[in-house]
Design a protein around this ligand. Structure first.
Ligand SMILES: [Zn+2]
Length: 353
């Protein structure tokens, strides 16, 4: 039993590093805060539905193990394309396919192109004045934009697995925001702006995230050498299970060394989400959103929304072609040991008997 407990703890500890992006907490915060930078014509509608926009910010992560082709929408391993690939990669999907083939692009992630594709879906939803679609796609695009702004979503070494830093993914994008985002400044002195070239904006996000990658990895390595493994990790109780986590001291020191990087990426995400929502609305002819507020969901809408929120993991679907052992362990636990996904963390914990 004790052995199983430690085994579960090990898996729990590793999972957020591969299973999600920005953490559920970060994604929900980004979508929520984006609402407040919208112009008055959009603000009322989005504020009315702010809970929906917040809660559904994590649907794409829930789909990662349920829908074939979903996983690669969350990242792009730009460094597999060689030196200076961030500059050289063709920006348009058509030219990128010509250069690398679609199979290759799908294998190593498509986040900037997927954001651009969703831009059209949201514009269509506004044109149709389809409330359910507007809300679901707004929440989804917010998620992918958040991911595009995360440095570790732009590299094949996405969890430090190539540099002896396994766990850094969840550390940077889940643990740090959870510990420190209450100190971040999410007030903006600008309202959402129209994007003349949304595809370029998506690529700018990926580029800026990728430029920050060196610091993400290097500072963690330096700090580990300076503080030692003993001070790097500690235990916290999660779901009544003692769970190995990055210690508060180590987190604090790392966060300080990053010098506002997480906050900057989060702020960039928030602004970009609002800019995309606004651009889609403008391109749709600025429909009167206020008049849509009284619309309620019919039973079919509610069923669809529920399905989006409760995707069931499919054991045959890989989140990444080069998936980690931790995820395979998670699947086995999920299937064989009666585990459940705890909504806020998507970690595998043993169900109470
Ligand atoms: Zn994601």
């Amino acid at each position: 039993m004790q052995l199983l407990r430690y085994f579960l703890t090990f898996v729990v500890c590793l999972l957020p590093t591969v299973a999600q992006c920005w953490g559920f907490f970060g994604h929900q915060l980004i979508n929520r805060m984006a609402v407040f930078t919208l112009p008055p014509e959009m603000l009322g509608f989005y504020k009315y539905h702010i809970q929906f926009i917040t809660e559904n910010a994590v649907n794409p992560d829930k789909r990662r193990y349920a829908v074939e082709g979903e996983a690669q929408r969350h990242y792009i391993d730009i460094d597999i394309y060689g030196d200076s690939a961030i500059y050289k990669m063709p920006r348009t999907w058509k030219k990128a396919i010509e250069k690398y083939t679609e199979d290759t692009l799908q294998a190593y992630g498509i986040v900037p192109w997927h954001i651009y594709k969703m831009k059209f879906q949201l514009t269509e939803a506004f044109k149709e004045k389809n409330v359910k679609k507007i809300l679901l796609v707004s929440a989804d695009i917010g998620h992918y934009i958040g991911d595009a702004n995360v440095p570790l979503h732009t590299t094949e070494n996405y969890n430090g697995q190539k540099t002896g830093q396994i766990g850094i993914h969840g550390f940077w994008e889940s643990r740090l925001p959870e510990l420190f985002s209450s100190q971040y400044d999410f007030l903006f002195d600008r309202k959402a702006q129209y994007l003349d070239n949304p595809l370029n904006t998506a690529w700018e996000a990926v580029s800026n995230a990728h430029f920050a990658l060196d610091s993400v990895l290097r500072f963690e390595k330096e700090l580990t050498a300076a503080m030692g493994e003993d001070r790097k990790f500690g235990f916290e109780t999660r779901n009544n299970i003692p769970t190995r986590v990055y210690s508060k001291d180590f987190s604090q020191a790392y966060h300080q060394r990053l010098n506002g990087q997480v906050e900057r990426r989060m702020r960039a995400s928030i602004q970009m989400v609002a800019d995309f929502w606004y651009t889609c609305w403008v391109d749709a002819g600025q429909p009167d959103l206020q008049s849509l507020i009284p619309q309620s969901f019919n039973p079919e809408d509610l069923q669809e929304i529920q399905q989006e929120q409760n995707s069931t993991p499919n054991p045959t679907i890989q989140a990444r072609p080069h998936e980690t052992t931790a995820m395979q362990l998670f699947r086995q636990l999920h299937q064989q040991n009666g585990c459940c996904c705890e909504a806020q963390r998507q970690v595998c914990v043993k169900k109470a008997p």
